[in-house]
Design a protein around this ligand. Structure first.
Ligand code: DAH
Length: 371
């Protein structure tokens, strides 16, 4: 019998006799490992003349394959037997008491997104989404920022080295505004959406992280005007902060995608080291907190999305979710939001049972209590 046949037979009987996974592994090392007998045969190929190699190689290769297949089959069979044995043995005792403490918590960002969605759903807004990996047409051009627009430079954009199939630069979206374009393209008008999600800018300090969260709002209809925007923001902030004495200040600003453009601030009071929303920002001990940008949708944006800008008008706004969360629930360092520290999460996180609803309220207690 040739050496090859002998090894094949030996491998077959010993693999069949293997009792457990450790045994199979030991055989793998013995035959196929670096010092293994099959490996040793394979090494002899290197020293053969081309003619000899052509003659011997197929048998050696097929031996290697045979042993590898045999080991894989045995391993699968043993694993299945092990699973069957466990399934037969393990039972779940449904009479055991529930754990005394709930583990895990809802992150403040998720909680606030749910709160915001709940309030806007009540105002008739649907939730829209778009990709975080965007092209520069949706992120910039369609929003009235062409290649040479200086506002592009202000966005500290993360670009990818590749372009898409249409030759557009790819990037991580710098704001949720491209979802406006996608939603109008998909649904036309009239439309009323909010779009929460992650956005990315190359920026980092106590109040800026390279990834953060925004919520975009867009309403397009016939006869929409700035008054509708103001009412919507005011109504939203009253519901979100659960108080009636919210004062909103609108300041003229500039965004390429809105005309006119308005930044909005909410009045707050300093109570110790906490900021409590409410009251007039110009009163004693009060100040204004900038919360986002907004405006009447520029007609060039409506046109980019394929809408008739003579028939439709719209308003839009963009809000920083992380800032909203900090203001409502009292955290002061944004970076801690993304550290994944269990102690922070168990203090500032929320119970998954605290689902925000308008009837039960959209404010919840941090698991660690309001600080
Ligand atoms: N996209 C802007 C930003 O990230 C925020 C913004 C401003 C959104 C005005 C809007 C808007 O929808 O109308 O800085």
């Amino acid at each position: 019998m040739s050496e090859i046949q002998q090894i094949a037979q030996d491998a077959q009987t010993r693999i069949a006799a293997a009792q457990d996974l450790a045994g199979v592994e030991a055989l793998r090392v013995e035959f196929l490992g670096k010092q293994g007998s099959v490996s040793a045969l394979l090494k002899t190929l290197g020293k053969m003349s081309p003619e000899e190699r052509q003659e011997k190689a197929p048998a050696i290769q097929s031996l290697r394959q045979q042993v590898a297949d045999g080991l894989a089959q045995k391993k699968a069979a043993l694993e299945e037997a092990e699973l069957d044995a466990r399934l037969a043995n393990e039972t779940l005792d449904l009479t055991l008491p529930a754990p005394s403490a709930l583990r895990g918590s809802v992150h403040p960002v998720s909680q606030v997104m749910d709160e915001v969605a709940e309030i806007f759903a009540d105002l008739g807004f649907a939730v829209a989404t778009g990709p975080e990996i965007e092209n520069d047409w949706h992120n910039f051009t369609a929003l009235n920022m062409d290649e040479s627009h200086p506002a592009r430079a202000m966005h500290d954009t993360f670009y990818f080295p590749d372009e898409d199939s249409q030759g557009r630069k790819m990037l991580l979206r710098t704001h949720t505004s491209p979802v406006q374009i996608r939603a109008m393209q998909a649904q036309g008008a009239p439309i009323r959406i909010i779009a929460p999600g992650r956005v990315y800018r190359s920026d980092s300090d106590a109040t800026h992280t390279p990834m953060f969260h925004q919520i975009e709002g867009l309403v397009v209809d016939e006869g929409t005007h700035l008054g509708h925007l103001k009412w919507t923001l005011e109504t939203f902030f009253k519901a979100f902060f659960e108080r009636e004495d919210i004062t909103l200040r609108l300041r003229p600003s500039y965004f390429p995608f809105t005309e006119p453009s308005v930044e909005f601030d909410v009045g707050y009071a300093n109570e110790g080291d906490r900021r409590v929303v409410g009251g007039h920002g110009d009163a004693d001990g009060h100040d204004w907190m900038e919360l986002g940008g907004s405006g009447v949708v520029n007609r060039r944006v409506l046109e980019s999305a394929g809408l008739d800008a003579d028939k439709y008008q719209g308003f839009a706004f963009g809000l920083g979710i992380d800032r909203l969360a900090m203001l409502k629930y009292g955290m002061n360092d944004l970076r801690a939001f993304f550290d994944g520290d269990g102690r922070w999460l168990s203090h500032y996180g929320f119970s998954h049972l605290d689902q925000p609803t308008l009837s039960a309220g959209v404010g919840a207690q941090n698991l660690g209590g309001k600080s």
